[in-house]
Write a protein that binds this ligand. Sequence first.
Ligand SMILES: [Zn+2]
Length: 222
Amino acid sequence: MPAWLRALEALLVPRACVRCGTPAEGGLFCARCEPLWLRPDPTPAPRPLTAWEAEVPYTGEWKEWIRRFKYPAPGLQGLDPAADAVVLALILRAARRLPPELRAQAVVPVPLHPARFRERGFDQAALLARSVARAERIAHLPRALERTRPTPRQTGLSRGERRRNLRGAFRARRALPPCVWLVDDVATTGSTLAEAARALRRRGARRVVGLCAARTPAGVRD
Ligand SMILES: [Zn+2]
C-alpha cells in the first residue's frame, strides 16, 4: 500500500492509538489521548509566507516519531511504516485545518540538499509533499524548487543568522499557480520556508502556505 494511502487510512479507519496502543475510535488517538493533543503555539508566519500550519510541537514523543520517520532503523529498508503513517497523518491533519481560501493548486516540497540526500538515502519532504498532493488531489510539483548552493546546517543559529545563511539559496524552476503549499517535515524559525516562499513568489505564486507535521515552539531552538 502506498504511503499516502496508509496515512489516509490512519486518519479514517479505527486502529491502535499512536500514543498508547489501545483501540482508537477513528483517527489517530483513543478518547483518552485525543484531549492531550498539543497544538503548536500560534506564532505568526515569517514573511513572505502567507500562513503556516503544523499539527504538533516538535517536542517529546512527536520529536521521536519524526526522528523515526527521518532516520529509520537499518533493518527497515528505508522506511519505518508506523512512523511514516503517523507523520503523514499529522501533516494531513494540518492541511485540513487550512481555510478554503488557502486551498492550493500545487504542492511543492522544500528541496533537500543533494549531499544530505546521499547520506540519508531518501527525501522526507518530497515524500510528505507527494502524500499530501495525492490525498488532497492537488498537483504535485516535486522539482519546482531547487537549491542554488549548499547551505551550512542551521542548527544552533539565531533567526537572523539563519536568514543570512539562506539568502538566495532557492530558485523556482517553473511558473507557479496563485496558491502553493510548501511542505517540510519540521519548521524551526521558519527561515527556510520563508526563503523558499520568496523564490516561489518570484515565479507567480501569490500565496505560499508552509505546511509541516511539527514546529519547534518559540523559544526552543536546537
Ligand atoms: Zn491513547
